[in-house]
Structures are given as C-alpha cells and as structure tokens.
Write a protein that binds this ligand. Structure first.
Ligand code: PHE
Length: 336
C-alpha cells in the first residue's frame, strides 16, 4: 500500500510541475501506460496472499490510476489554454498607431486635372465620350487617315498587343497611342451635331524622363456640326484656356500638320509671365476622317483637338518633373 501511495504521489507531483504538452505526453506513457509504475504494481497483485489485502491493494491501485489520469487531463487542459493565450498575445495586432493619426486621402494630381477639365468642358456644353484602351489598328491609325506605311505612324511609338483578332492578323491590336480613335467611335455611334470630349489613358513606347511617360493621359475634343470653322476652334480653345487656367492666360494657334486634321495647328498657351508653352494639337476634321466615321463631308464639318492632361497638371502646379507625379512619394503627394 505504501508503494502505491508513493507511486501515486510522485506521479501527481511531477504532473503538476509539467511545463509543456510534450512533458505531459511522456508522463502519460510513464505513469498511465501499460509499462508504467502503477501498472507494474498491478501485475504484482498476483503474489499477494490474502484475498482482502489483494482487494484493498487492487482498489487502491485503481484509485491511484484514476487520480493520475484525472491529473493528466487537468494539467493538459491548463497547458493548452496557456499555450492558446500565449499565441493570442503573440499574434495580437497593435493598430493604435493607425487609429491615433487619421489622415485623409485625396485624388491624384492627374485625376484632379481630369475632373476639372471635364467640369470646364461640360460647362461649355460638351458631353463626355469614352473608348477602349486596347484598340484596333483601324481606329487608331487607318480611319484617322494614316493608312499602312503612312510616315506619321512612326511618330507614335506604338505598343502592340499579342493578340490575333478573329479573321485578323497579329500586329493589328494595340494600346491606343492617343485619344483620337474615340473621334471615330463617336462618329460611328452618334448622330451629329456632336460636341464631346474624351479624356483617357494612352500609351507609347517611351523611356520615362522629365517630360515623357510610357503611360499618360490625353483629352480629346470633337465637334461636328454644320458650318463649323477654324474660328469656332480658336474661340473654344481661348474660352477653355480662361476657364481652366484663369484670366491672365492666353492661347494661340500655330500652323502644324496632323494627318487627321486639315488645316492643322499646334496650340500654345501663354503664362501670366509672358512665356509660351505647347499644349496640344488641333485642326479641322479631315474629310477622309469624316467619311471613315460614316459622315458626308459635304454636309458636315468639324474640329478636333487633343492635349496632354499630365502636362497640364504639371504646369498648373509648377512641377518640373513628370516622374514625380508617379513616384508615390508622400512628401510630394501631400503638397497638393
Ligand atoms: N492625337 C494627336 C496627338 O496625340 C493630337 C490631336 C488631336 C491633333 C486632335 C489634332 C486633332 O498628337
């Protein structure tokens, strides 16, 4: 009986001091297993002579084993909840830093300019039109009076898409190099008179530098109506310049060349300090372009313009490097 009590007490003491679930696993084999101490004592019961002593010892061993089992279970439960608490503590995320310093995000400089441009033109009676960024060669070049092999194509460093359209050929699907294909899409889907602007993203195979990015933004303008003249174009651009930049700014047109407009012009705007900056191209819509858009050039006439949004945002805020606008540096972004 003394051996049983000693074995039980030793087991219970060791179980109580177990510090890990691994400890408990080995203790379970040692104290409660078939080769354990108590099991060993049970095997010796056969050599006890008195029936009463045998009964008493058997009962004591069973009680001791039950006590050891219960102690193992209890300690296992304790260690498990300790382990869980430790894990919860370790995985806790401290979010207080973000909660104590809330800051408000804002629209990107280009988005701000884009939205302001829309406001100004919508205020002048224009509607907003859209077209896809992945375009066909036909919409981007052919219909704009730049047939295959036209030298002006070379000025648009085109990124082609690895896609063969049904019944078409490789090299005829591209990322639009300008927003002018929206002119064609609009003419094909809307009855004139047409007064639309089309802001959007455009792509050219350019190495980024202070004034170039391979992905940038343009806003296209298209007016188709009866008896539209170059004077309407010049007046629209002047009105836009005052509305967007302010009263101290002026605009001028300089003769230029685009395959899709005739006559064509480059338009510049003058800062209040007198200096001129080139902003975009424009002109009277070429008869071939009207025809590609399904319109009779004898009946309809119009003008179109296109200029860079990024560059305008740059100028309005006096930023001297286009790359700063896309560098995601908070010290820069938070200034606007
Ligand atoms: N699409 C021309 C460009 O990207 C700009 C332009 C638009 C010129 C409309 C004339 C008329 O350079």
């Amino acid at each position: 009986m003394a051996d049983i009590t000693a074995a039980r007490d030793a087991a219970l003491a060791e179980i109580a001091s177990a510090v890990s679930l691994d400890d408990l696993t080995s203790m379970t084999t040692r104290f409660a297993g078939k080769k354990g101490e108590l099991a060993g004592l049970k095997k010796q019961l056969g050599s006890v002579e008195s029936i009463d002593d045998k009964k008493a010892a058997g009962a004591a061993i069973n009680e001791a084993m039950a006590a050891v089992d219960a102690a193992l279970d209890d300690r296992r439960g304790e260690l498990r909840s300790e382990a869980l608490a430790a894990r919860v503590e370790a995985e806790r995320l401290d979010l207080t830093e973000f909660m104590t310093k809330p800051s408000r995000g804002k629209a990107h400089l280009v988005t701000q300019a884009w939205e302001r441009l829309e406001d100004v033109f919508v205020g002048m009676g224009f509607r907003v039109a859209e077209g896809p960024e992945v375009e066909t060669d036909w919409h981007n070049f052919e219909a704009l009076n730049m047939g295959e092999g036209h030298p002006a194509r070379g000025e648009f460093d085109t990124l082609f898409v690895d896609h063969v359209p049904p019944g078409g050929t490789l090299g005829t699907t591209l990322l639009r190099t300008h927003t002018s294909p929206v002119q064609i899409r609009t003419m094909l889907t809307q009855e004139p008179p047409i007064y639309v602007i089309a802001p959007g993203r455009v792509f050219r195979r350019d190495t980024p530098d202070a004034t170039h990015m391979p992905v940038f933004h343009q806003i296209e303008g298209l007016v188709i109506d009866r008896d539209i003249s170059m004077a309407d174009l010049a007046g629209t651009i002047e009105a836009f310049t005052h509305a967007f930049f302010g009263k101290g700014w002026n605009s001028r047109l300089r003769p230029s060349y685009f395959p899709f407009t005739e006559p064509s012009a480059e338009f510049d705007i003058q800062r209040p300090d007198g200096s001129w900056i080139e902003l975009g191209g424009c002109g009277m819509v070429h008869p071939n372009v009207l025809a590609a858009g399904g319109l009779d050039p004898e009946e309809w006439s119009g003008f179109a313009f296109g200029f860079g949004i990024d560059r305008m945002a740059l100028m309005r805020h006096g930023v001297d490097d286009l790359r700063a606008m896309y560098a995601d540096d908070l010290r820069f972004i938070e200034q606007f």
